[in-house]
Structure formats: C-alpha cells, structure tokens
Design a protein around this ligand. Structure first.
Ligand SMILES: O=c1ccn([C@@H]2O[C@H](COP(=O)(O)O)[C@@H](O)[C@H]2O)c(=O)[nH]1
Length: 288
C-alpha cells in the first residue's frame, strides 16, 4: 500500500529512513565542526570554515550514509552566520537526497515547544530538517507540539532515552521497574502505535540510545525491538563503542539501529576521498 503523503509531498520520516537504510545501510554521519577539527582540516574557526567543512562532508558521504546529523551547537557558536551555514547545509542535503537529523536536543513547556516544532519541523522553515532530537526532561507529553508537527509534515523526532554519556545514568536509570528511560521508551512506543508503519519499525518517533550503554537496555527491561520506530545510536568510534559491541548491546533491536558517528569519521579529512573511505569502513563494520 503506498505511504500517505504529507504536506511537501513526502512520505512519513520513518518510512523514508527505513528505505534509505535498506538501500545504503545503517550509518548516519555526524557533522560536528569542532574548533580542533576545523584546524586539523586547515579551515578557519568561523562561518566560512563551517561552510567548507559541511560541504566536504556532504559530498564525501552522499551514497554511503543514510542520514547526516549536524550538531546544532557547533553552528550556534558562530551566531547568525553559523545558523545561516546550517540552513544552507540542510538545503544542500535535501537537494542531494540525503536525510538530515538536526541534533538540537530541544525540550520546553508546550507553548514554547510549539515554536521549536515550527523552527525544526515546520513546513517552509529554513531550519527544518527531516528529524530533530528532543529532550523529554519536561515530561514526554510536553513534546506534543513537535510530535504533532512531525506527523503533519512527514518529519520525525528522536527522543533522548538512554544517552551515551556516563552522567546520563544518574537520571535515566532512576526509578527501578518504572525507570525514567523505560517511561520514555513506553511513551514513544505508544506514540508510534497511533500511526501506520509501526509494526514494520517504520514509526516516525525514534529514540536516542547510546551505543555505549552496555547491559543497561536489558537491566532496565527496555523493549526496544517492539518500539515501532528507529533508534539513533551515538557513541560509535570516538566514545569507545565498536560495531561488534553494538550488536550485543542492541540484540533483537539491532535491525532498528541507525548508528551515528562524527569525530571518528571526520578526523580522516580534509581529503573528501579519505572521509568517504572512513565512512565506508564504518558502514562495513556495522553490516558485519
Ligand atoms: O546520547 C547522546 C546524544 C547525542 N550525542 C551527540 O552525538 C554526537 C557524537 O559525536 P562523536 O564525535 O561520534 O562522539 C555529538 O554531536 C553528540 O552531541 C551523543 O554523543 N550522545
């Protein structure tokens, strides 16, 4: 059955991501223009450096990565010129047919959340990506405006559930059988069930679960395989997770995982062919 089309003529994000992963494999390349990386690429730590860095990564990984994940903070640190560089990257990626996930980790009371939703997911917004990362710290339901705008526009969200940093455990693991992480997973599962495609794992409400979380998924009783949407897994490479360990960590949910790696791939630059080769090696490992 053909997927319903949303405004902008696009199919739902979950279906588009599943198709890209089916075609290319489960790799998302993070674009994190850290000052040290810009310097090692011989680029200036300014908006022009960001533009050249972003354009090189986009050209290098097109046809290898299923998605790109620009880290919004590293564009924001350059003010309005940095945001303009991000807008241009998002437009260029769209043109090149690459899915984008804006790693903005937004979350606020509902009335303010509506503005974030318009900015990152709204039709015609210059900052609209295919999906955005969200923080549920103000309560999962506070994210409702973003969930609704994403459903209306065929875009998606990735909600932080178990983050890759060690400090995350002090909040996310708390609560025993009803841990914070488990509540987030259950809320995302319920949300995906409201829309089509969840039985195939093609829901548009994804979760962020770090590749570094080890046995926490099993220990906290998280049923990620039945979640109905994609799992964005940062932590591969620079934060120590390996592709082999990820298979063990995610077990039955591994087919839902979109692994994301930034510094480990980006440090191969500035040569576009080297960045591409590094992304290809990472993808090969994920395919096993
Ligand atoms: O739990 C999380 C959520 C997001 N991130 C982001 O992913 C990249 C990771 O970069 P690497 O260079 O591959 O370590 C970065 O933008 C983080 O902000 C995360 O690491 N963990």
């Amino acid at each position: 059955m053909p997927e319903p089309q949303q405004p902008g003529g696009r199919a739902p994000f979950g279906a588009r991501l599943a198709a890209a992963v089916g075609r290319l494999g489960p790799l998302c390349v993070g674009i994190d223009p850290h000052p040290a990386l810009l310097a090692s690429w011989g680029l200036s730590d300014d908006a022009e450096g960001l533009r050249r860095f972003s354009a090189t990564v986009l050209a290098a990984v097109a046809g290898v990565a299923a998605a790109l994940k620009p880290q919004v903070a590293l564009y924001e640190r350059h003010g309005s010129a940095g945001i303009a560089a991000l807008e241009d990257l998002l437009a260029d990626a769209r043109e090149a047919g690459l899915l984008t996930i804006a790693d903005a980790k937004r979350g606020d009371i509902g009335s303010t959340m509506a503005a974030y939703a318009q900015a990152w997911l709204g039709e015609g917004s210059p900052l609209a990506a295919d999906a955005v990362t969200l923080s549920p710290y103000l309560g999962f339901e506070s994210l409702r405006p973003a969930l609704d705008v994403a459903a209306e526009t065929g875009r998606g969200v990735f909600v932080l559930a178990l983050t890759s940093n060690p400090e995350g455990a002090s909040v996310q693991h708390v609560g025993g059988d009803a841990s914070v992480a488990r509540r987030v997973v259950e809320a995302a599962t319920a949300e995906n069930r409201r829309y089509s495609g969840a039985d195939r794992g093609e829901g548009s409400v994804g979760l962020v679960v770090g590749a570094t979380v080890g046995d926490a998924i099993a220990r906290l009783g998280l049923d990620l395989a039945a979640m109905g949407g994609p799992i964005l897994a940062p932590g591969l490479g620079a934060q120590g997770a390996t592709a082999a360990a990820m298979r063990e960590t995610f077990a039955a949910a591994y087919p839902r995982v979109l692994a994301t790696s930034s510094r480990d791939i980006l440090r191969a630059g500035p040569d576009e062919r080297e960045v591409r080769a590094s992304a290809e090696r990472t993808l090969e490992g994920l395919r096993g």
